[in-house]
Design a binder for this molecule. Sequence first.
Ligand code: UDP
Length: 306
Amino acid sequence: MKLKRAIVTGGAGFIGSHMVDLLIKKNFHVTVIDNFIGGNKKNIKHHIKNKNFKFVKLDICKINNNKYNLFKNVDYVYHFAGISAILPSIEKPSKYMNVNIQGTVKVLEASRKAKVKKFVYAGSASCYGLNNSEIDEKTKISTEHPYALSKYLGENAVLHWGKVYNIPVNVIRIFNAYGTRVRTNEDYGSVFGVFFNQKIKNKPLTVVGDGKQERDFVYVTDVANAFYLASITKKNCNIYNVGTGSPQKIITLAKLIGGKINFVPIRRGETKKSKANVRKIKRELKWKPQVSFKEGIKKMMNEIYK
Ligand code: UDP
């Protein structure tokens, strides 16, 4: 039987590499496109010898006619490639617009020519801005920084290509994803990356404010599963939140990781609470989170101390 074929852009990155693991387990042929700016070889090294795995070092912004062969006979495209982090986006807005919007358009164009069966876009819950109430997919959009805007406009491009060119597309708006392989080597990483970096270096964990602010953390393999379900469904041009609906306090996270805590001043423009309403994805795609917060942290601790 012919294997199903997938492309994962950003497949050497944090979430993308878990997507690759899931697809390989499901017996797909997987092509990863990554430029190793945010991604890392070590996230995919366990697949390198697999005949159903192919790696292409390529910047999505450079996908033109001459690269369209890569997309031939591909069933599903999972588009994770892009650049993240808020502060750098405020300093270099045009770079963010270029990679996250124009880069997305390049991947869309290649997917359109190849007539792929589904394109799933990694959207960001940052499009909801500083909203403390429970957030469903119809909640008002409020982009507060260039990163949020670039991801939101990328999402608009995806839905536009879905409508105008009839490519089957879906969008997943990711809340706070965490898990093994989270990036710990940068100044502007997510709180998990920062805390684990500090833990590895035996430094105190820098808890912002009183640590009572809450985030909707969702484990990375649950996120990957959401993308898989969004690709195999007949549903189209839909947006799905992915979170757990059970936000956790930052101080709880710090205590579960353990060690000394250093309370640092509140950062401007941060929301106090983020809570996803995930009824739509549960109802329509039969998705549900499998990994509890405690289990997720345990998996990450095991990664550090293995
Ligand atoms: N945070 C923290 N210490 C840090 C970095 C972040 O206490 O060193 C907190 C931050 O105040 C926020 C939460 O962790 O409430 C999540 O921050 P992150 O940057 O991961 O995501 P976002 O704020 O964009 O949801």
